[in-house]
Design a protein around this ligand. Structure first.
Ligand SMILES: CC(=O)SCCNC(=O)CCNC(=O)[C@H](O)C(C)(C)COP(=O)(O)OP(=O)(O)OC[C@H]1O[C@@H](n2cnc3c(N)ncnc32)[C@H](O)[C@@H]1OP(=O)(O)O
Ligand SMILES: N[C@@H](CCO)C(=O)O
Length: 352
């Protein structure tokens, strides 16, 4: 579907890529075939050197120009008039790619709880299959935050010199117990829903609301809630913070499903760039691309030190930090700082 924008030169496409070749997963399981829904903005230039590949986070979709509107779009830092911007819905997610509700070719029925566990390395392998299909031999920049940063690091490792720049935001090279713990509380909430276990797309949805409420506290910061959710002094119940978290839970449950959420939270947990590669330092040292790791000073989920570590252990690393009271989700909010950091990074590449 080609949607011409108001500027004749800028196109947007939304396609489904079908891979009929099996994907061999890290667990040893096999995904017999799969689909990836993807969105592109702009066009490839003559030497195909203007590819910006965006990787979304946990509940994201391929419409990067929507959820990252401050960074991607006409007259934004990544402008489709200059770049070919592509974003694919990650395997396991429910926005057009193969996921727990997809048909299992072996049974002719939805996978549901039989959907194979996938790691960030598997999700990167799925994106690699799409890259080859699209005949994209070189990627100018790979950029992703949180889970998107985990998948981005895995893909940067295998892309080698096919990738020039990698921008990893609010993420990590190996998921720590702190994050696994938060994800486990969210899965416990989903599993406590009496509908969990049913072969139905509505299974676990109330539990998902609670999971999202827990997650929102990891995506923000006490200062953020103090600023936006504080109540008047004499309040004794029905606090703004309570209704805010309940609202956010309901809002996610309207657009996402519990099985995809459960699946992708396990993907986040199992992320370890160094697994079967001689450890983290060895693996990070193999990445050929220029790496810009961006931390958020108030991030309580993926700590700034984890971004600093990435920049210190890769061959060509730069660390920058966003200053924000918003916490982890600042990578979705602080566009002025992000654009400035990116501009100085690319200028540094030009001068080196
Ligand atoms: C990288 C990716 O893949 S992104 C992943 C997919 N996308 C997402 O997760 C959504 C991304 N966007 C967001 O999370 C947010 O919009 C952000 C982070 C970009 C911006 O967050 P903020 O501007 O701080 O919005 P905030 O978290 O305060 O929520 C505002 C919403 O809560 C509502 N709200 C605020 N306070 C309360 C309250 N006390 N009670 C009830 N509702 C409330 C607002 O009405 C508003 O509703 P709306 O979203 O329907 O308009
Ligand atoms: N809030 C975003 C980023 C989480 O890391 C999401 O829901 O995916």
């Amino acid at each position: 579907m080609n949607l011409k924008s108001q500027y004749a030169s800028i196109t947007m496409t939304q396609e489904i890529f079908h891979s009929s070749l099996p994907l061999h997963l890290e667990s040893g399981e096999i995904l017999p075939e799969f689909d990836l829904g993807y969105t592109t903005y702009g066009q490839l230039n003559t030497d195909r050197s203007n590819v910006i590949w965006v990787i979304h986070a946990l509940t994201g979709d391929s419409n990067a120009q929507e959820w990252w509107s401050g960074l991607i779009g006409e007259d934004k830092f990544f402008d489709p008039a200059d770049h070919f911007i592509i974003c694919a819905n990650l395997l396991g997610s429910c926005y057009g790619s193969t996921q727990p509700f997809s048909e299992n070719p072996k049974t002719g029925k939805p996978y549901y709880y039989d959907f194979p566990q996938m790691t960030s390395r598997d999700l990167a392998a799925g994106l690699e299959r799409l890259r080859v299909h699209l005949k994209i031999d070189s990627i100018h920049t790979l950029i992703g935050g949180s889970l998107g940063g985990q998948v981005g690091l895995e893909w940067a490792y295998t892309l080698g010199e096919k990738l020039r720049n990698t921008v990893i935001l609010a993420s990590t090279a190996k998921t720590r117990p702190w994050v696994i713990g938060f994800n486990e509380t969210q899965r416990m909430a989903i599993e406590s829903d009496c509908t969990w276990g049913e072969n139905a797309e509505s299974a676990g949805q109330k539990g998902l609301e609670t999971a999202r409420a827990i997650a929102m506290l990891t995506y923000r910061h006490p200062q953020d809630l103090e600023r936006k959710q504080a109540d008047s002094e004499n309040k004794m119940d029905d606090y703004r913070a309570s209704s805010y978290l309940r609202y956010q839970g309901q809002k996610l449950a309207k657009r996402f499903n519990a099985l995809s959420y459960w699946t992708l939270s396990k993907t986040m947990d199992s992320h370890d760039l160094g697994r079967n590669r001689g450890g983290l330092d060895e693996a990070l040292g193999q990445i050929e691309a220029n790496v810009l790791a961006i931390g958020v000073d108030s991030d309580l989920l993926f700590l700034p030190s984890e971004s600093q570590y990435i920049s210190q252990k890769v061959k060509k690393g730069t660390y920058k930090e966003i200053t924000s009271s918003a916490g982890h989700d600042a990578f979705l909010i602080e566009f002025e700082q992000l654009s400035y950091i990116l501009k100085s990074f690319y200028l540094q590449q030009k001068s080196s």
